[in-house]
Design a protein around this ligand. Structure first.
Ligand SMILES: *[C@@H]1O[C@H](CO)[C@@H](O)[C@H](O)[C@H]1NC(C)=O
Ligand SMILES: *[C@@H]1O[C@H](CO)[C@@H](O)[C@H](O)[C@H]1NC(C)=O
Length: 247
């Protein structure tokens, strides 16, 4: 009872205080709390906008690897899942509050992480990719130079049936999903330290069993494209992206 009563009291206090604010000067309240807008490629094709009835739940920085397999040298590789740690960057979006970055720095976060920090997975030393049994390190923030530690938010992986899945926010969001559409990243997108190119931007919809969110977009990608098939077997490329969860 008590927390509810306090909340009611707090919101009543806010409501009564509101008319005192002078809106004639300075940036308006509305402008400074504008909902973050899903990035656009600026190219010929764009992902569909999120439905107006949906709410943005989280913006995450995903940092990990895209996996590929090659059955024959010289052919093109087959995508074989991905693994990524997710960090909460919702508050870093411009004009949200004290942690907000400039538009330029926000859009460059994926590059900054990918170029200045090792992949935060338990990587294999004598084979490509990450540990097959225990790929994720302990839940911990990502520390990049000159930025507040980015809080740990969750994991991205492909389940045993090959379904792309996101688990975040301490179990509040479980999102096994299916690709709805994809577009090419902007022409100037970061090809990554391995120089292979930035993976596509995606729009994914939740499958039956999704909890806490319905859609996720993968945008502002850096790196992650396959090295091609110089040998057979599995291979992986480091990547970062921002993931926007709506529900
Ligand atoms: C983006 O980040 C990369 C890697 O840290 C850096 O080299 C580059 O100068 C940054 N670009 C912008 C526009 O800030
Ligand atoms: C590649 O990703 C899949 C799906 O998440 C994972 O099961 C597998 O262990 C990864 N393989 C390597 C070599 O990292």
């Amino acid at each position: 009872m008590l927390p509810t009563a306090l909340l009611l009291f707090a919101s009543a206090a806010l409501t009564t205080a509101a008319p005192v604010i002078d809106r004639s000067t300075g940036p308006s309240c509305e402008a400074s709390h504008q909902a973050p807008a899903l990035p656009k490629t600026g190219g010929v094709s764009e992902l569909p906008d999120p439905d107006s009835g949906l709410t943005l739940k989280h913006i995450a920085l995903g940092f990990g690897i895209q996996n590929y397999t090659c059955s024959q040298v010289g052919t093109s590789s087959t995508a074989a899942g991905a693994l990524a740690m997710l960090y909460d960057i919702t508050n870093l979006y411009p004009n949200q509050g004290g942690d907000s970055l400039s538009q330029k720095d926000f859009e460059n976060l994926t590059s900054k992480a990918l170029w200045t920090h090792p992949v935060p997975l338990r990587m294999n030393h004598n084979a490509p990719g990450a540990s097959r049994t225990n790929p994720f390190p302990r839940d911990a923030p990502l520390r990049l130079k000159g930025t507040r530690p980015l809080p740990f938010l969750g994991h991205h992986y492909f389940d045993a049936a090959g379904v792309p899945t996101f688990d975040l926010d301490g179990g509040k969001i479980h999102l096994p999903c299916t690709k709805i559409s994809q577009v090419n990243p902007p022409s100037g997108a970061d090809a990554g330290p391995e120089g292979t190119g930035a993976v596509t931007w995606l729009y994914l919809g939740g499958n039956a069993g999704a909890i806490g969110a319905k859609y996720v977009y993968r945008v502002l990608t850096a790196g992650g494209v396959s090295h091609g098939c110089k040998t057979t077997g599995t291979d992986s490329t480091s990547y970062t992206a921002t993931y926007w969860f709506y529900g």
